[in-house]
Ligand binder design. Structure first.
Ligand SMILES: CC(C)(COP(=O)(O)OP(=O)(O)OC[C@H]1O[C@@H](n2cnc3c(N)ncnc32)[C@H](O)[C@@H]1OP(=O)(O)O)[C@@H](O)C(=O)NCCC(=O)NCCS
Length: 197
């Protein structure tokens, strides 16, 4: 839970890693984003795939988040090599609209097209996002949560240094008995991140 006000910037931030550009969304992202949201394997740990309209609504919400805070869930593009220029998904920070027991909070999250999995892209981007959150925004804590069944996402959380808070909870948007209802909460404090860096 954050006790500080959620920070906002007067400009829109962009980030770069060795291999990736984390940038604001552009019109050409819509088609590949809709395609990855329609992939049942990408959406395996979500209640449903998203159709094209729901993907457009997601991008719209992301634009609004950037307009309000100057940071958000960045569109991720490959910088070099044969896949240079490819939009591969998103990695970034968001303020969940829904209230949780651990609100207010800033969440780190990711979703990549299947073709780009297991190349270290999510963790590479997420590490740079953590650095931005702790150094530029001076956040005291960054959280992440997912279905307890989401082994790949939990692996990213652990790889970048987040700790399981042992505070599993039932996601309020999912009905009782839903296979994905049970969620785990991970978090990293700035003080602990400084010892990692
Ligand atoms: C989760 C996701 C972003 C991981 O992306 P990625 O680029 O493949 O992750 P990385 O290559 O950076 O891997 C990071 C670590 O996770 C592990 N990992 C990745 N996918 C895994 C899988 N399917 N099973 C087990 N471990 C996995 C990697 O082995 C790596 O650890 P290691 O270096 O110690 O071996 C990707 O699987 C995805 O987009 N999933 C669908 C969307 C989703 O569930 N988002 C999260 C919702 S909360």
């Amino acid at each position: 839970m954050l006790t500080q006000p959620i920070p906002s910037l007067s400009h829109i931030a962009e980030l770069k890693t060795a291999r990736l550009h984390l940038r604001p969304w552009q019109a050409s992202d819509h088609a590949p984003f809709a395609a990855l949201n329609a992939d049942p394997e990408v959406m395996r740990y979500f209640p449903a795939t998203l159709d094209s309209a729901a993907s457009a609504a997601f991008i719209h919400n992301t634009h609004q988040h950037f307009a309000r805070y100057g940071w958000g869930l960045w569109a991720v593009e490959i910088l070099h090599g044969p896949d240079a220029g490819d939009f591969i998904g998103f990695v970034g920070l968001s303020v969940p609209k829904r209230q949780f027991a651990f609100s207010p909070c800033v969440e780190i999250g990711w979703r990549l097209a299947q073709r780009y999995w297991r190349r270290g892209y999510a963790s590479e981007a997420a590490r740079t996002v953590l650095e931005f959150g702790f150094k530029e925004l001076d956040l005291a804590e960054i959280v992440s949560f997912t279905s307890v069944l989401n082994v790949p996402s939990r692996a990213v959380m652990e790889k970048i240094g987040l700790h399981n808070q042992q505070q599993d909870f039932d996601h309020p948007a999912l009905p009782d008995g839903h296979a994905l209802q049970r969620h785990c909460l991970y978090a990293l404090q700035k003080s602990a991140w400084l010892t990692l860096a």
